[in-house]
Design a protein around this ligand. Structure first.
Ligand code: ARG
Length: 401
């Protein structure tokens, strides 16, 4: 039987050419797999037809938008995940859901090998292949750009020579990856890290310098998951979309960073994640009133480690799973409303309300009605400083000798 390879297919030039390129290099039949994670653009049907037109023997297409929002974006939100304090893991969380579908398609169509369009320099090759190894240990991986010398120039020449139904003239100077959680733009002009991003780079966000009137929004959470916007119950996907629109109109969620790739390269990235950044801000503020201090402090370090694991392609790893269990446990009481103003590039929380709040007005107030017994503080401070005081006394004694 002819060998079969499933290919992660975007519908763009590189993966369209990869269908025939892989076929010629390996003699295998290629099955194109297109997964909708909310990247917008063409319909899955258009993409399916193009895959078949480019020589795929089968096309597997999946609308994974709700799956992605529920099972990938929501855990990222619960973790308040920001890699290196900035990046809400837009591309990093889309790879594992695509991997699930690739492995499912490989089983369905009896493929031995999984293929993707990544280069050999980035994180995404790692995320795809570590995910595939984990979910399908018997499956092999091949990346035509990295392993079969498929350069951009060769791709254009191949597409023209074979008359593939794909545009070869449209030149985008940037490498872009996008989904409902956000958008990542790199390469070209941005590789000079002194160059400021030009206006044409952005798509999910409007310029924050000239914002429309402030937009006040109330987000309702239940156990760490957003369930309503301005009192209207919506699915996680619909909430992310709604906030992409409203926070995007205010220029919220633009991020310009040089980040540490897993492969050891520092790289410049522009991200825009209006919905994600508004949601993470709101969620964090709700945690501030509903999670106990020590649990909250520890959760911040867990969230950071979680972000690194996910960035590094370890979505399906045992440690990530264990950290998920911890994070999930912390979310039990993260329910309530957050009111925030979206304006001029910022999402600023200005009201919070929760039935499971730990904020105790009577303890906090400086007005009459204060129930906090201040006389207890004196002895507490004495003991709290004791060990440092003992050590300092020793240091002075030893220095004095
Ligand atoms: N650097 C980001 C990451 O590793 C985004 C990469 C997305 N790809 C792109 N072509 N911009 O997650």
């Amino acid at each position: 039987m002819t060998d079969r390879i499933v290919l992660a297919y975007s519908g763009g030039l590189d993966t369209s050419v990869a269908i025939g390129w892989i076929g010629e290099a390996t003699g295998a039949e290629v099955i194109a797999v297109a997964v909708d994670v909310g990247q917008g653009g063409e319909s899955l049907e258009t993409i399916r037809q193009r895959a078949l037109g480019c020589g795929a023997v089968e096309a597997y297409v999946a609308d994974a938008r709700d799956e992605f929002a529920n099972e990938y974006c929501m855990p990222t939100l619960k973790a308040n995940a920001l890699y290196q304090g900035h990046y809400p893991l837009v591309s990093a969380i889309s790879r594992p859901v695509i991997v699930k579908h690739l492995v499912r398609a490989a089983r369905e169509f009896g493929a031995s090998t999984v293929s993707h369009g990544c280069t050999g320099k980035g994180n995404d090759q790692v995320r795809f292949e570590v995910g595939i190894q984990t979910l399908g240990p018997d499956l092999k991986c091949i990346a035509p750009v990295r392993d079969l010398a498929l350069t951009r120039d060769k791709a254009i020449a191949f597409a023209e020579e074979k008359g593939l139904p794909i545009e070869t003239t449209k030149k985008n100077p940037y490498s872009i990856d996008q989904n409902v959680w956000g958008r990542a733009v790199e390469t070209g002009y941005l590789e000079d890290i002194w160059n400021g991003p030009t206006k044409d780079i952005y798509d999910y966000t409007a310029t924050p310098e000239f914002p429309p009137a402030p937009d006040e929004v109330t987000i309702t959470f239940r156990s760490g998951v957003p369930v309503a916007v301005d009192g209207v119950a919506l699915s996680p996907l619909a909430i992310i979309q709604e906030l992409n629109r409203r926070a995007g109109a205010q220029g919220v969620g633009r991020i310009d960073v040089v980040e540490d790739r897993l492969v050891g390269i520092k790289s410049r990235e522009i991200y825009e994640a209006p919905g994600a950044m508004a949601l993470i801000t709101a969620h964090k503020h709700l945690e501030d009133i509903t999670i106990e201090r020590e649990q909250a402090r520890f959760k911040a370090t867990v969230g950071q480690r979680w972000s690194e694991l996910v960035y590094d392609g370890q979505w399906f790893s045992p440690l990530k799973r264990s950290l998920d269990a911890f994070i999930e446990d912390t979310q039990q009481h993260v329910s309530g409303n957050i009111r925030m103003t979206l304006h001029g590039g910022a999402a600023v929380v200005n009201g919070r309300r929760s039935d499971s709040s730990l904020y105790d007005f009577d303890l906090a107030t400086y007005d009459t009605g204060d129930t906090f017994d201040q006389s207890q503080a004196k002895g507490f401070i004495e003991l709290w400083g004791m060990s440092s005081k003992v050590a300092s006394r020793r240091d002075q004694r030893v220095a004095g000798k």
